[in-house]
Design a protein around this ligand. Sequence first.
Ligand SMILES: [Ca+2]
Length: 373
Amino acid sequence: MKKNLLGFNILVLIALIVSSCSENSSDEFKDDVAPSEMEQDTKLNDSDNEMEQDSVANNLEDLDNDAIILDTRLPADIDSTYVLTFEDHFNQLPGTLPNADKWQSKLPWGPSVTINNERQYYTDVLNGDNNAPNPFDFDGNSNLIITAGLNSPAQVEATGLDYYSGVLTGAQSTPYRDGYIEAKIWYEPEVAGFWGAFWLLHRYYDSPQDTGANGKRRTEIDWEFVRGPGGEFLGGPYDTDRIPVAYHYDDGQWSISGGGFKGPNGSPGLSVQCDGTEITNVVGLGPVKQPSGEDLAGNWHRYGVWKTDNFVKWYLDGELVASVCDPAIVSQIEMYPIINIAIGGNFPGPPNPEDYPTSMLVDYISLWEPPVK
Ligand SMILES: [Ca+2]
């Protein structure tokens, strides 16, 4: 990179895309259907609009032969050479289904396995499942809507569960080993038993190929949008201004979360955040709060994870908020994103039926990876 041109390139890029990149504006977070959203979607990276991106790249090449794709959504400490490798902006018409080229509407272990005593049935609409309502829709303003609600008696009989909900997994399209992934999400406050999540799972989770390479089986990285009242895992009423982050690995009994570092059978462990802060079996990660103390629910926020072979970092609205900086435990295996709403169970506690249906909106999910050498 010619350093003397870098600053100029950045200025040119900012001039090109500044009107569409006001992600840090607090006003934008309160505007869930801002017209600028669709504009941003198409201007920045939508694969349907490659011409515009090409023109940006061409302008750059006039200045410098080194191609740069600068996206103000990338946190400042991430190498600016990372390139967008996957994106869904959810620019779809209401009434359509999620893009089956990008997503599966089921978890890898299928709908019949209930974990954590959760109450929802994930309707697998991309496989023609109609045992419960379709949880997916689009609002026409470039947002995916995932809805969770009560099943009818016939649906309870068909599914064995009293709530329906939706999950999208990127198992086919987005496994990555080194990259930054971000989702912009809105979810409703004051919904008892709500457990939305944006998370990453080991590419071969629980399959015969999950062989424990590097000693790290069943790896999982979580953003968890948990509402009260608080179940077994939280131990009681839960403040709504904070959300847990977690890293799980090995045999499923190992976790680094708000409850500290738990080894097998709850034995003490030790790890470290990237700023040197120790993570022990008493002092863990997160939960993440806004500096203002404002509830994260009810507003748009950007939830990011930067994973490499050496660390996992969590970003809220582009700011580093938690990390695990320990190659001995961080996954060196490809992982893929999942977004869903779970209902009830050991984490949030029981749902209040009067709070449902409820919806979570997703503006985009984007992945940047280092350029191929
Ligand atoms: Ca969008």
